[in-house]
Design a protein around this ligand. Structure first.
Ligand code: FDA
Length: 407
């Protein structure tokens, strides 16, 4: 069985579906295939089932990659406000949770339904449970052999299979391999927006803290000699929640910093940001020197954390028994805790993949491969990685839309 279409899109995730809608609306015949049993599975589980579908403040500064400016054009041509209008037209109620992050009031499934309805209306054909076994250049276009034995010929081929995170959900490196097959460079990939892990010795010491969350400021400085392309040399910091886990640290601030951190490097954590811990302990000492140090610290940070900090610093006894130097040490242990994670939880739990198809291989307005006419790459497969907070979906919408205007 063989079929000829204008556009073959591989991957019915956020970017692929957006591209299918736009290309279909332009009158292109579109086939979109996915090996999963349902489209948009990552949309479904995103944002705790409510999908953080965009961020009001989206701009190139919220992205990492060899060339973060690459995203500017697509993000400007199809903005967060364009997507919000689409969501409004579909009568999907939403709210801003925090830091410009927009979530569905009800369910992420509404976003998937909006996209699948639009695809149907635009005439795009969605085929699920199908993988691409082989793809090759054929004349001016491409020929793809699908896992059901059929062959699809297409003038345009869109790589939209996303990154490698959460393989259990069907994530593969297909887009990277196919890009390489056509001679496109792919940058190193690594798990990002991912919890960080500690070595067993430290884990044992921190075990009582497992499950505790605090508001924190987490920062990281790229070593001057360790800079890879796109890695900022200045300090990067995020002020958001942090969670102690039985493996290490998680929570939004840690996920954010994980995209900047590399093995062997340290992060610095302030667990009582904005508080002068030294001054408060000193005042407590003057007021009541008989108070236990960990009790006084427990008025500034959660009690469990106060006890753990005192134990790790070897500080016992009453405030009256400790000098200024010790109080300063406690201040540092709380607000300038410098720690070296040993690794991350990896693709198993990472929200995204850092790196991907090199942006210098692509046209920034259209996502077309410069050297391979008719080939496009969109979404997470491209070396454009957003912060936590709706930025990655906005990139998927914007890049999918941009390719959909021309493919
Ligand atoms: P996406 O991964 O969505 O889609 C790729 C599609 O290709 C999938 O349907 C897959 O089945 C298919 N595929 C893969 N390999 C294939 C192959 N070989 N053959 C055929 N099909 C193949 N972002 C955000 O902005 N806000 C949020 O709230 C969240 N929340 C979130 C939670 C969790 C748990 C995760 C894992 C991720 C997020 N993200 C997020 C990130 C966001 O989900 C991600 O950046 C986008 O889904 C990327 O969209 P793409 O369309 O590029 O890939």
């Amino acid at each position: 069985m063989s079929e000829t279409v204008d556009v073959l899109i591989v991957g019915a995730g956020a970017a692929g579906m957006m591209c299918a809608i736009e290309a279909g609306r332009r009158g292109r015949s579109v086939r979109i295939v996915d090996h999963a049993r349902a489209p948009g599975e990552k949309i479904r589980i995103s944002g705790g089932g409510r999908c953080n579908f965009t961020n009001l403040g989206t701009g190139p500064a919220n992205f990492l990659g060899e060339n973060p400016r690459f995203a500017t054009s697509a993000l400007k041509r199809y903005t967060q406000h364009d997507f919000i209008k689409r969501v409004d037209r579909a009568s999907i109620a939403w709210h801003e949770k925090t830091l410009g992050q927009l979530f569905c009031d009800d369910s992420a499934k509404q976003i998937i339904r909006m996209l699948t309805d639009d695809m149907r209306e635009a005439g795009a054909t969605l085929s699920l449970g199908l993988a691409v076994d082989r793809v090759a250049r054929s004349g001016e276009g491409f020929e793809a052999a699908l896992s059901d034995g059929s062959v699809v010929r297409a003038r345009s081929l869109v790589l939209a299979t996303g990154g490698k995170s959460i393989p259990k959900m069907g994530a593969t490196g297909w887009a990277y391999e196919t890009a390489r097959q056509f001679g496109l460079r792919v940058t190193d990939t690594r798990p990002a927006l991912v919890p960080l892990t500690f070595e067993p010795g430290l884990l044992e010491k921190l075990a009582p803290l497992s499950g505790l969350s605090v508001e924190a400021v987490v920062s990281h400085r790229t070593p001057a000699d360790g800079g890879a392309p796109g890695r900022p040399t200045a300090e990067t910091r995020f002020a958001e929640g942090m969670l102690f886990t039985h493996r290490g640290l998680s929570g939004p601030s840690i996920l954010q910093i994980s995209s900047y951190w590399r093995e062997g490097e340290a992060i610095t954590v302030a667990m009582a940001p904005g508080e002068d811990v030294y001054a408060r302990l000193k005042a407590a000492k003057e007021e009541n020197g008989k108070q236990m140090v960990h009790t006084a610290l427990g008025h500034i940070v959660p009690r469990r954390l106060a006890e753990s900090v005192c134990e790790r610093e070897g500080v016992q006894g009453k405030l009256a028994e400790v000098g200024d130097k010790v109080l300063r040490r406690l201040d540092e242990a709380v607000n300038a805790w410098t720690v070296k994670p040993v690794g991350s939880e990896g693709y198993r739990t990472a929200e995204v993949t850092l790196g991907g198809i090199a942006t210098d291989e692509l046209d920034q307005q259209t996502m077309a491969a410069k050297a391979v006419p008719g080939l496009y790459a969109i979404g997470e497969a491209v070396d454009v990685t957003g912060w936590l907070g709706g930025y990655n979906f906005q990139w998927a919408w914007s890049s999918g839309w941009a390719a959909g205007q021309v493919c």
